[in-house]
Design a protein around this ligand. Structure first.
Ligand code: PLP
Length: 394
């Protein structure tokens, strides 16, 4: 039988993720290609206790249908955290719970994009956003963030020329590059957008994973009426609970609520109640300090070993937090070829091409430093060096 797929399916880029899962599950391969948090740092015991308490005390409520906007005490917790951590005056009514912040990408595109509409996106940009937006058949307009965050001229031109419904960016420890926007860049982006008809979609998946305590105000602080900000418990507690949120102006939330309800009625209430119980009974900041210190030492080690490889023209970003960095290869090493050669030597890196909507990325790779350890980083970099040495210089 011939299946007639919708037109939007042909707009969906071929996914590299299936290949990635195959590679990541092969025990002979040291993979820096994936993007998982370190499972050994998930507080299974704490979550088990929270789940038992919720089921014992509020089992019937937790297992019943609920409201689309999400469990109010959890939204109150998120609003309070925004106030204490970022100085944002958020109300729980301005926050809606979603099934992982990945769902925001789909639903925001659904309410804002018609086929052919321009959408602004970083180059390189988050692969999951490119995949989610592609289903709405937009015309991607990219702005460079390499080597050091967004550039005023390119972004200003993009906004004036294309007037996109929204621009999507990750100012904190970007996936894939690991770059963090400076305070000036955040103000600059807000200034360029202020008063235009373009919203800013600020994806803050990694804002709690900085290696230092420097204040980094979100763009939302400078542009509150034009910014939608998404957040997630995936990187700080557990991705399997699939719980994230969107914080947005009321008008946007009203539309968002309609499509969220049509998509799935509401997010998993049991997961929301367990999360809330967990957050109000454990010391989150102490747990985060452990996660961040592990990621920081992995990141430093990876940077040092990449510096040793750098004699032949390899450079890399130096993240201030998050889970990823990007390495830039000498011109005679195509990233796709390095990916294949790396597998022969038992190491996986993720080629830069799928992170670009403009055909670039053939000389960069993304490296993950969260789901690994010192021994595997040492061994993986030795293998990567062997793979690199098979490419002759020109
Ligand atoms: C930048 C960014 N945004 C959103 C997501 C989606 O995360 P989740 O749906 O688990 O919240 C990810 C996942 O890795 C990500 O890297």
């Amino acid at each position: 039988m011939e299946i007639h797929y919708s037109r939007r399916m042909s707009a969906c880029p071929p996914s590299f993720l299936g290949e990635l899962f195959r590679v990541s599950s092969d025990p002979r391969i040291i993979s820096f290609a994936g993007g998982l948090p370190d499972a050994s740092l998930i507080d299974v015991e704490g979550i088990r206790n929270a789940a038992c308490e919720v089921l014992q005390e509020h089992g019937r409520e937790a297992l019943q249908y609920s409201t689309t906007d999400g469990y109010l005490p959890l939204r109150e917790w998120i609003a309070a955290r925004y106030r204490s951590r970022l100085g944002i005056d958020a109300s729980p009514e301005a926050i809606q719970i979603v099934n992982g912040s990945q769902q925001c990408l789909d639903l925001v595109a659904k309410i804002l994009l018609n086929p052919g509409d321009p959408v602004g996106i970083e180059s390189p940009g988050y692969l999951g956003a490119i995949e989610a937006f592609s289903l709405y058949e937009p015309s991607f307009q990219s702005f460079p963030v390499i080597p050091s965050g967004p550039d005023r001229d390119s972004l200003g031109l993009l906004i004036r020329r294309f007037r996109p419904p929204f621009i999507y960016g990750i100012p904190n420890s970007q996936n894939p590059s690991g770059i963090t926007w400076t305070g000036d860049q955040r103000r600059m982006v807000a200034g360029l957008l202020d008063g235009s008809c373009t919203l800013f979609y600020e994806d803050d998946a990694f804002g709690e994973l900085f290696f230092d305590q420097k204040p980094r105000p979100p763009v939302s602080r400078f542009l509150p009426h034009q910014t939608l900000m998404s957040g997630s418990f995936s990187k700080i507690i557990s991705p399997g609970l699939r719980t994230g949120w969107i914080f947005a102006p009321q008008k946007v939330l009203e539309a968002f609520n309609i499509v969220k309800q049509a998509a799935d009625l509401h997010s998993n209430l049991l997961a929301q109640m367990v999360l809330h119980r967990y957050l109000t009974t454990v010391d989150l900041d102490r747990n985060l300090a452990v996660i961040v210190s592990r990621y920081e030492s992995n990141c430093r080690l990876m940077c040092d070993l990449l510096d040793d490889l750098g004699r032949d023209g390899l450079t890399h970003t130096t993240p201030e937090g998050g889970m990823f960095m990007m390495a830039f290869l000498p011109e005679w090493v195509p990233s796709m070829e390095l990916y294949k050669k790396g597998l022969d030597y038992g190491v996986a890196v993720l080629p830069g091409v799928p992170f670009h909507t403009d055909g670039r990325g053939s000389c960069s790779v993304r490296l993950n430093f969260s789901n690994t350890d010192e021994g595997r980083i040492q061994e993986g970099m030795t293998r990567l060096k062997k793979a690199l040495l098979t490419f002759s210089t020109r």
